[in-house]
Design a protein around this ligand. Structure first.
Ligand code: A3P
Length: 285
């Protein structure tokens, strides 16, 4: 089954660890609680970084939890088979993760006060990160050449389908009081200020010292050295650990080291077409 994909309501998923049955359950039956916090992002946009930040905020900056419990147990990916099982057993208040596009997200969200934190990242960096990650994660197909992967990414022929649809879909919730969006670039630029803003959104004020310990323990180096957060514990069945690490570079603008001028221009053309109606600007624009 490894490396096979299926399409569910027009969105691509790997056959390993996902199924149409669970995806339908999550969309139509999964009960969202008012005290749920959802960490949502398109893959490779900083999902696990935000997961770490939220985990640390939850514990007032105390790193005990992030050093003793695996990240995918702290905030299970609700749409995967094991993640759903964990979410259903999770004692409230729950911290949950998801890469789902908005139209496949649990519809009970609309009737709840659950909080959504949506993280976005420069899509060229997402592309490059996803390209490398596809060589590690056994669930994903080999990405082939960067040229062909670029076309797959632009047309949405990748797991979780189109970045453009994901971002435009979720950003439609901007302005809702339970929705907070932030970019990977903002986290890089000012992690301390970002943590404060996230705390404010969550209604959880931390002291300066506590914010400082969140920042310290959510740094790239801390996460890289923490086996509960660096995916070194993920079984070889899922990840080829010989081929690289999950925490690869952790920088902004790495696309410049990979995309040719022609590839970058091709990306920009599609980006302009797909994003012009959104009326928003991002740090990478
Ligand atoms: P790179 O491949 O560019 O290094 P996701 O968690 O959504 O899968 O995103 C993974 C990307 O976020 C990877 O990007 C990873 O290195 C980066 N990342 C994870 N934790 C980070 C941190 N603390 N600081 C900066 N980047 C981080």
């Amino acid at each position: 089954m490894a490396c096979e994909y299926f399409t569910h309501k027009g969105v691509l998923f790997p056959c390993l660890v996902y199924s149409p049955k669970e995806l339908s359950y999550v969309e139509n039956e999964f009960q969202v609680r008012d005290d749920d916090i959802f960490n949502i992002a398109y893959p490779k946009s900083g999902t696990n970084w935000m997961l770490e930040i939220l985990s640390l905020i939850r514990c007032d900056g105390d790193p005990g939890w992030v050093r003793s419990v695996l990240n995918w147990e702290r905030a299970p990916l609700v749409e995967s088979q094991l993640g759903l099982e964990a979410a259903l057993k999770y004692p409230p208040p729950r911290l949950l993760s998801s890469h789902l596009p908005v139209q496949l997200f649990p519809k009970f969200l609309q009737r709840s006060k659950a909080k959504i934190i949506y993280t976005l990242r420069c899509p060229k960096d997402v592309l490059v990160s996803l390209y490398h990650f596809s060589k590690l994660l056994c669930l994903f197909k080999d990405p082939g050449s960067l040229d062909s992967f670029l076309e797959d990414f632009l047309s949405g022929n990748v797991v979780y389908s189109s970045w453009f649809d994901h971002v435009t879909g979720w950003m439609g919730l901007k302005g809702n009081e339970n929705f907070f969006s932030i970019t990977y670039e903002e986290l890089q630029e000012d992690l301390r200020g970002s943590v404060r803003r996230i705390c404010h959104f969550l209604g959880k004020e931390l002291s300066e010292e506590q914010v400082a310990t969140v920042v310290e323990n959510a740094s790239f180096q801390s996460m890289k050295g923490n086996k509960m957060s660096n995916y070194s514990q993920l079984s070889d069945e899922y990840m080829d650990h010989q081929n690289g690490e999950f925490l690869r570079k952790g920088i902004c603008g790495d696309w410049r080291n990979h995309l040719s001028e022609a590839q970058s221009q091709r990306f920009d053309t599609v980006y302009r077409e797909r994003m012009q109606g959104l009326g928003m600007t991002f740090p990478w624009d």
